[in-house]
Design a protein around this ligand. Structure first.
Ligand code: TYM
Length: 333
């Protein structure tokens, strides 16, 4: 059986990278796969400090973004992680399966903890174990994400393999990452060497899913580029990370590829390309924004979607957790 699981942290500043790298791909996969689970991962969010009121608002906003982007809440399961205790339960068991040495290698922890890793939360360190639990509590098989989550999914594969091996069972599937599209790693608009991220202190580094047309145009206009014209072939983008990023964003928004974008814009400077990119981004994002606003105005309705999603998720996870408890040797009622 194939089952999709994916998640987004409700840490605010949802951006174009989250949309192009993940959420948009979910919309495309939902018809191909049966019951997909799309989770607002609030337990992950608190691995770094979250103001409680902001967390509540961001949880609703993240769910609204998924629905507004086209994830069908009736056909799929949209919920917030903390409503389903199976995630935390299985994560504890995985804390006892994963090895310290595996977590030591996680580049995201190193980036997020920075120089002062002694002061990072234990949760931030164990973060990938919870992520494995998210997926495997439902025996998820396919995980559509951006490029930056690849290493975490390799860890999920290692955990599943070790659990199955240690207990002599074939309980957990080995998850497959689904990383596709022209924008699997959207870079910062200010620095072609850094990923576009929710936590970048500069708002100009990213296009937020809630930015209006003026903000989008202004940020793209200000985006760092080089003085050369666009090349006519993708090979000509080598060593030009900022140019490559803008071409990749255009291609993803336009559902094409770098080759097609350069066939149209090769030889032209950024003075011509940037306004075209801004227009395209506004055209694609504004309907989503309108729908997000509408959904955000009805918090009770969003809460109901999350509650119903959580009920369905609990029903799917319960037999898996029972199976795990039996295998591990826990007595249960
Ligand atoms: P998060 O909240 O950082 O990002 C959500 C999704 O957006 C993708 N993404 C990007 N894609 C392209 N370019 C970018 N600059 C960019 N930035 C983010 C991410 O790859 C992700 O797919 N750990 C996860 C959430 C999570 C999860 C899971 C995902 C928790 N449990 C289980 C899959 C399965 C995270 O922090 O995503």
């Amino acid at each position: 059986m194939k089952r999709i699981f994916s998640g987004v942290q409700p840490t605010g500043n949802l951006h174009l990278g989250n949309y192009l790298g993940a959420i948009r791909n979910w919309v495309r996969l939902q018809d191909e796969f049966g019951d997909c689970l799309f989770c607002v991962v609030d337990l992950h969010a608190i691995t770094v400090w979250q103001d409680p009121d902001a967390l509540r608002a961001n949880t609703r906003e993240t769910a609204a973004a998924m629905i507004a982007a086209g994830v069908d809440a009736d056909k799929n399961i949209i919920f917030n992680q903390s409503q389903v205790s199976a995630h935390a339960e299985l994560a504890w068991i995985f804390n006892c399966v994963a090895r310290l040495g595996w977590l030591e290698r996680m580049t995201q922890f190193k980036e997020k903890a920075g120089k002062d890793k002694e002061r990072a939360s234990v949760g931030l360190y164990a973060y990938p174990n919870l992520m494995a639990a998210d997926i495997l509590a439902y025996k998820g098989t396919h995980v559509p994400v951006g490029e930056d989550q690849k290493q975490h999914l390799e860890l999920a594969r290692d955990i599943a393999t070790k659990f199955n091996h240690d207990y002599g069972v074939d309980l957990f599937p080995i998850v497959e990452p689904l990383i596709f599209g022209a924008a699997t790693r959207v870079m910062s608009l200010k620095d072609g060497g850094a990923k576009m991220s929710k936590s970048d202190p500069s708002d100009n580094s990213r296009i937020n899913m809630t930015d209006d047309a003026d903000a989008i145009a202004r940020k793209i206009k200000k985006a760092r580029t080089d003085p050369d014209a666009l090349p006519s072939e993708p090979a000509g983008l080598a060593g030009r990370s900022e140019a490559a990023n803008l071409v990749g964003i255009y291609a993803a928004l336009n559902d094409s590829d770098a080759q097609a974008v350069l066939a149209e814009y090769g030889g032209q400077g950024f003075g011509a390309f940037k306004p075209a990119l801004a227009d395209l981004a506004v055209e694609r994002l504004s309907p989503i924004q309108g729908e997000m606003k509408r959904l955000m105005d009805d918090a009770a309705q969003l809460d109901a979607v999350l509650r119903i999603g959580a009920e369905k998720a609990r029903d799917l996870a319960a037999p898996v957790i029972a199976e795990v408890q039996d295998v591990v040797g826990f007595l249960r009622p």
